[in-house]
Design a protein around this ligand. Sequence first.
Ligand SMILES: Cc1ncc(COP(=O)(O)O)c(C=O)c1O
Length: 386
Amino acid sequence: MSDRAPDDSPDRPGSRILPADPHAAWRRADAKIRAAIERVCDSGRYILGPEVAAFEAAWAAYVGVRHAVGVASGTDAIELALRACGVRSGDLVLTAANTVTATVAAMERAGARLALADVDPETLVLDVPGLAQWLAGPDAPRLRAVVAVHLYGHPVDMPALEALADEHGFVVIEDAAQAHGAVSGGRRVGSRGAAAAFSFYPTKNLPAFGDAGAVTTDDAAIAERARRLRQYGWRERYVAEEPGLNSRLDEMQAAILRVGLEALDQDNARRRAIAERYREELAGIPELVLPVEPAWGRSVWHQFVVRTPRRDALRAHLLARGIHAAVLYPQPIHRQPAYRNRVLVPPGGLPVAERASRELLCLPVHPGLSEVDVERVVAAVRAFPV
Ligand SMILES: Cc1ncc(COP(=O)(O)O)c(C=O)c1O
């Protein structure tokens, strides 16, 4: 039976199109994943063993760096990357106002005081020319680090950011949780900052079957410190060099990630094909702004973010047709109860991030979508009354 619903049909069981499909990895490679899990069970090693070491080597090679350090989540990876790069209590650290709360939660856990910057109106990632203006202001001398979030799969303009970092003496950390395989200035993200953080949460481009993350870096001392910090700060067994945490990657997740990594490029290519189709077939709809791939790199289309002043109506229209479109994220950081009035905001405010949060909608773009699903999304968006 066809999975296709007529253009104006209401939702019906089994025909929903969801924002992500964590089960797709299992459907594609269940035999390989079963074998990987069995291998771990048989080995008797469950934490920081040979599977973790093998995944770390494979991930470092994929990203194009010397070191990858497997940790328990993307949030931990950001905290550990910042701490391993020397960020300390009270340091001012800046990021983009439209990021997920995990980024700033991790920054604060590293001891940072939070500063926010606005995003580029076309790509919705950190506005680097805008940051250059901020750096002419009074807070610039206190800036210790910038967390560059490659949001929605779109890379930040890293060469431009690195030029500012050299000039002003701040450290660049990448939050690459949504951008496995994306390229900025000719190199994969995760290889550009002093260190980078990845999440392998089950909806990410490279998914684990639970929580998992990694820090990547080219710097042996930073890698060494991240390794120490992920396990109680131990320099050697039971002897702590500095206070650390428990953020170890387990063998099961590492073994599953090794299987998933074989399919990452293919999955990213599928995301790109869907994004290209949306961009072609949804072009020219009044009041609908389509996402733009940054001129300075290559996106991996973690999300396909459209914008319209009638966002809530479009979302309801899609939902009535069984298409669940997500809002990532409904409020910028400085508007959220946890952060309101206690983060450093530029004098002109954060107008682009604020407007985007009211207008954006993420159309499903994950590799688990069939051609019929993609067609349904296109038809449903086109049927939205203008
Ligand atoms: C941009 C970004 N940063 C950080 C995180 C945190 O990763 P995790 O959920 O693995 O802690 C996520 C994922 O939720 C994310 O999308």
